[in-house]
Design a protein around this ligand. Structure first.
Ligand SMILES: CC(C)(COP(=O)(O)OP(=O)(O)OC[C@H]1O[C@@H](n2cnc3c(N)ncnc32)[C@H](O)[C@@H]1OP(=O)(O)O)[C@@H](O)C(=O)NCCC(=O)NCCS
Length: 184
């Protein structure tokens, strides 16, 4: 395990942070308390896969996760470029290198266009436990609010359950297509 990053250092600016319901929900997920002493992480929208994507994909395969490579294949084939209304793919960069990735799609398991889905969240093993994963989910959620009234996801293991529940997601009972949703 590499050294801890401390608190997530990226800032996400919430637009329309006014008193309406959209603003309040966005603020709940805004990344805050940036630590000026922490490494300079940049969170950015990816419109192409950076060269260092391959390092992240290899790391995920070493751990037995296949979804980062699947993201790449779907991106290259054009079947999912996170470019439909409300969708986006975010990356976390440190010194220009991709350290984490996570996307927001319209939930493909539902016909409701108002429901999004967090997908393909992966943090480089040596960057974990420093708030990068939660910062990335917060940024995805803040970006989701103008477009999706609800966001669902499916977790892979019990440790990720805690991770998402700490961020405010609620566990869904017996839904084969999702394990968590925000709001419930
Ligand atoms: C889950 C994951 C994105 C968390 O990223 P992170 O930057 O370490 O997250 P944060 O530092 O913000 O939060 C740490 C919390 O994440 C969770 N976590 C840490 N390692 C984890 C792992 N290997 N698997 C699942 N959850 C993990 C824990 O709840 C941890 O809290 P703890 O320190 O109290 O145990 C990251 O561990 C990862 O990429 N895991 C492999 C891929 C994966 O499981 N993706 C999610 C698929 S649903």
């Amino acid at each position: 395990m590499g050294r801890s990053l401390g608190r997530f250092a990226a800032c996400f600016t919430v637009e329309r942070a006014d008193a309406d319901e959209l603003g309040k929900r966005a603020i709940t997920f805004a990344v805050s308390d940036a630590d000026p002493g922490a490494p300079h992480l940049i969170i950015t929208r990816l419109t192409e896969l950076p060269r260092s994507f391959e390092r992240l994909a290899l790391a995920s395969e070493r751990e037995g996760f296949e979804f980062v490579r699947r993201l790449e294949l779907e991106w290259r084939s054009g079947s999912n470029r996170f470019d439909q209304p409300g969708e986006l793919l975010l990356g976390v960069l440190l010194g220009g290198e991709l350290e984490a990735i996570g996307g927001l799609n319209r939930d493909p398991y539902l016909s409701d266009p108002g429901v999004g889905r967090v997908r393909h969240l992966f943090v480089a093993p040596e960057r974990r436990n420093g708030g990068v994963g939660s910062g990335l989910v917060r940024a995805i959620m803040a970006a989701s609010f103008p477009h999706f009234r609800r966001v669902r996801l499916r977790t892979a293991n019990p440790r990720s359950n805690e991770f998402y529940e700490r961020l405010g997601f609620k566990k869904l009972a017996a839904d084969p297509t999702a394990t968590h949703a925000y709001p419930e």
